[in-house]
Design a protein around this ligand. Sequence first.
Ligand code: MRU
Length: 362
Amino acid sequence: MIKAIDWKDGKVIILDQSILPFDISYIECTDFRMVAEAIKGLRIRGAPAIGIAAAMGVALAAQDIEARNPDELLKRLEPVFETMLKTRPTAVNIRWAIERIRNYLIANKDKDIFRLKEMLIIEAKKILDEDIEVNKTIGRFGAELIKDGYRVLTHCNAGALATGGYGTATAAIFVAAEQGKKIHVYVDETRPVLQGARLTSWELLQAGIPVTLIPDSAAGAIMKRGEIDIVIVGTDRTVRNGDVANKIGTYSLSVLAKENNIPFYVAAPLSSIDLSIPSGEDIPIEERDPSEVTHIRGKIISEEASTLDTHKSGHPRLGMVQIAPDGVTAKNYAFDVTPARYITGIITEKGIYKPSEIKDIK
Ligand code: MRU
């Protein structure tokens, strides 16, 4: 199984997704700022994966802080928490991971400072390991929805690359395939950053699962032709009333699914559920550089982050292919909100819930 992130020899190792599938290259982060840049530049992406990265970034930062006691360590980590929280606003997993680390530090204030720094590394690795287990459980629940012969449509990448491993939406697909069901996955290319085309189709092909890539704009027509049995997507933040933020284009898919009587499911680990927000209207939506829209494979990585570059194949990475005239205005919301009424069910590690039941989840 592909690993998007790991901790090895005192470094955070990140598979550089900005250049996948053309180059398989790893960034070795020795400083929390490198981790933050990797998150901002979509070198690591997907809600659970960036939560794990934030936790590991904090653990990395702690090793370099010379603090006399746990209180001082916590105080000096606050700016690091802030840096991580500012990288990407929509996925709640970063806040979830930072809160977990902060609470962990508070609960272990009696420990020796050197031991506590080591414990932070162990806790960050635990977040990664637990995420994999959560995904396997989501996969088992989700697979119950996928019947033999089903054609599944997914959007963006809610796969192993977006998590500690297995993915959320794709976990259901992987488990269904392991159960011997014959399934076929349709993958939206997912403009503008093409996570479907570049990442999901790559992951599924490697797992030996039949996949067909479609332009985002074809989803409705393909549903109407009767070629899709179920839609399963991931989420960056699911809130109290069951509204779901996910990659831009998810909302349109949900409306099209309803119009065509196709069940629409969201795979959501509890780390992506934010009960502090009443409705989707209050979810902060990240707006990214318009060049991602005006250029194919636009500037998904900020210029200043290019010191992280590791790609070798010479494949265009930065905004090489312009598809719109100079001076045109482009809008680039990275996420949208799907209202609960379009969602058939939310698959969590606790089971499958109706959107209206999410508020009662423990
Ligand atoms: O901008 P990205 O690539 O980080 O967006 C990712 C998604 O929208 C995923 O569907 C979501 O994070 C769920 S990943 C299990």
